[in-house]
Design a protein around this ligand. Structure first.
Ligand code: PEP
Length: 253
C-alpha cells in the first residue's frame, strides 16, 4: 500500500540521553496529528532502538526503524545485528543499502538483495536505498545505474514480498551536501523508477509502491518535493536531528 512516509535517519549521532530528548520532543509535537495515510519512522542507532521505541509507542502512526541488518540469521559475525534480532525487539522498519553503507562498507547490490529478503522474512519493512553519484549523473547514465541497483537487489522478489517494500531514491551528490535535487530531477527519477517497477511487477504493485526522496531535504524544500506526483515522502538525514525541523518536514504535506 502506498503511504506518505517521512523517515528520520539519525546515522551515528546522539547519545542515548540526547536521542531520548529528541524523540520526546518529536512525539510531543506529533501526538494526535498524523493522518492515517501518513507514517513517520525514526531510525536511531541500534543501541537506542528500544528506548526510543518506548517513547514513540503511544503516538499513532509513528514507527521505529533500524539503519541496517545483516544478511545472515545468526552466528560468528562479530558486531553485526540480524533481522530476527530486530524482529524480536519489535522493530518495524530497516534501512537497507544506504549510500554510506555501500560506500564505506562495500555493500554490493547482491548482498543488499540478501538483506532485503532477510528483512522481509522477519516482518521488517525494508527501506531500500538507491541513487547515483555526481559522476554518474554528469555522464548521463543515472537512470540505467539506478535501474541496475533495483534489478540486482529487488527484481527477484515475489510480488507479495515486493508489495511490502519501501524505496528511497537518494542521489549521493545531494546527501549531507545542502544540494537538493530539483523537483524536476526528483520527479523524473521517481517516475522512471516506478516505470521500471511496473515492467517487473505490474502496474498495480508499482503504483502502490511508496518511493521516498532523500538528499538535503529540509523544512524549506520539503513541501515542493512532496508535491511531486511520484514522490511519497522523504528519508531525512541532517534535518531529522532537530525536532523542529523534522516536525516541520512531517507537517509539509
Ligand atoms: C540520508 O542520509 O539519508 C540523507 C538524506 O541525509 P541528508 O538529509 O542529511 O542529506
Amino acid at each position: 500500500m502506498r503511504y506518505k512516509i517521512v523517515a528520520g535517519n539519525w546515522k551515528m549521532n546522539k547519545t542515548l540521553e540526547e536521542g531520548k530528548e529528541l524523540a520526546n520532543a518529536i512525539s510531543h509535537n506529533l501526538s494526535g496529528k498524523i493522518p492515517s495515510d501518513q507514517k513517520v519512522v525514526l531510525c536511531p542507532p541500534f543501541v537506542h532502538l528500544l528506548a526510543i521505541k518506548e517513547i514513540i509507542n503511544p503516538v499513532d502512526n509513528v514507527f521505529i526503524g533500524a539503519q541496517n541488518c545483516y544478511s545472515k540469521t545468526s552466528g560468528a559475525y562479530t558486531g553485526e545485528v540480524s533481522a530476527p534480532m530486530l524482529q524480536s525487539a519489535g522493530i518495524d522498519y530497516v534501512i537497507i543499502g544506504h549510500s554510506e553503507r555501500r560506500g564505506y562498507f562495500n555493500e554490493t547490490n547482491a548482498e543488499l538483495g540478501e538483506k532485503v529478503k532477510m528483512a522481509l522474512a522477519h516482518d521488517l519493512t525494508p527501506i531500500f536505498c538507491c541513487g547515483e553519484s555526481l559522476e554518474i549523473r554528469e555522464n548521463g547514465t543515472h537512470f540505467d545505474y539506478v535501474k541496475q541497483q533495483l534489478q540486482e537487489s529487488i527484481f527477484s522478489l515475489t510480488g507479495e514480498d515486493f508489495s511490502q517494500l519501501v524505496i528511497a531514491y537518494e542521489p549521493i551528490w545531494a546527501i549531507g551536501t545542502g544540494k537538493t535535487a530539483s523537483t524536476q530531477q526528483a520527479q523524473e527519477m521517481h517516475q522512471r523508477i516506478r516505470n521500471d517497477l511496473e515492467v517487473q511487477f505490474g502496474k498495480d504493485l508499482a503504483g502502490d509502491c511508496t518511493i521516498l526522496y532523500g538528499g538535503s531535504c529540509n523544512p524549506g524544500n520539503a513541501q515542493e518535493l512532496f508535491a511531486c506526483p511520484d514522490v511519497d515522502g522523504g528519508l531525512i538525514g541532517g534535518a531529522s536531528l532537530k525536532a523542529d525541523d523534522f516536525v516541520a518536514i512531517v507537517n509539509s504535506y
